[in-house]
Design a protein around this ligand. Structure first.
Ligand code: THU
Length: 160
């Protein structure tokens, strides 16, 4: 038997400690929570992606009575970014969530499906996507989705 340990580095910043650029991206994600359509969960998520040319594309979760037909904020923003700016890589992504009249205290962790989509985008553009997960008590920052998704399944996996 062998055992491996997989570790991730997460940096935690107070909102006031964020750089102007990071705060701008987080603010866009926070603003995007207000465009959420979440009549079922009442859980409003916003995401903002900064692209390689500096463009920021934001999105929010969009729900449907047939639950699986809705989509998360991260995928709304990322797929729109890829569809509207296919030549630009995704440099970083901020996520925020608003529920019961307030932003979440704890950082909002992307769901597994969104982590896999971010991984696909890292693979597509051959660069890591820096991720900022906003919470009022701290913003978690990781330098790649790999920090949130150990043992990744990529296109390469099928060629091994
Ligand atoms: N949701 C997101 O938009 N992003 C996440 O990272 C987690 C969950 C949405 C999906 C659904 O509309 C609502 O939050 C409750 O799960």
């Amino acid at each position: 038997m062998k055992e491996i340990e997989i570790t991730s580095k997460v940096r935690i910043y107070d909102y006031n400690e964020l750089t102007d650029s990071d705060r701008e991206l987080v603010d866009r994600a926070k603003a995007a929570t207000q465009t959420s359509y979440a009549p079922y969960s009442k859980f409003c998520v916003g995401a903002a992606a900064r692209l390689s040319d500096g463009t920021i594309v934001a999105g929010s979760n969009q729900e449907n009575a047939a639950f699986p037909s809705g989509t998360c904020a991260e995928r709304t923003a990322l797929f729109y970014a890829n569809a509207s700016h296919p030549e630009e890589s995704v440099v970083e992504l901020a996520v925020a969530a608003y529920a019961n009249g307030a932003f979440l205290k704890a950082p909002i962790p992307p769901c597994g499906a969104c982590r896999q989509v971010i991984l696909g985008i890292e693979e597509r553009y051959a660069r890591p996507v820096r991720i900022l997960l906003f919470g009022t008590e701290g913003t978690y920052v990781v330098s790649s989705v790999k920090a949130l998704l150990p043992l990744q399944f990529t296109g390469e996996t099928m060629n091994e």
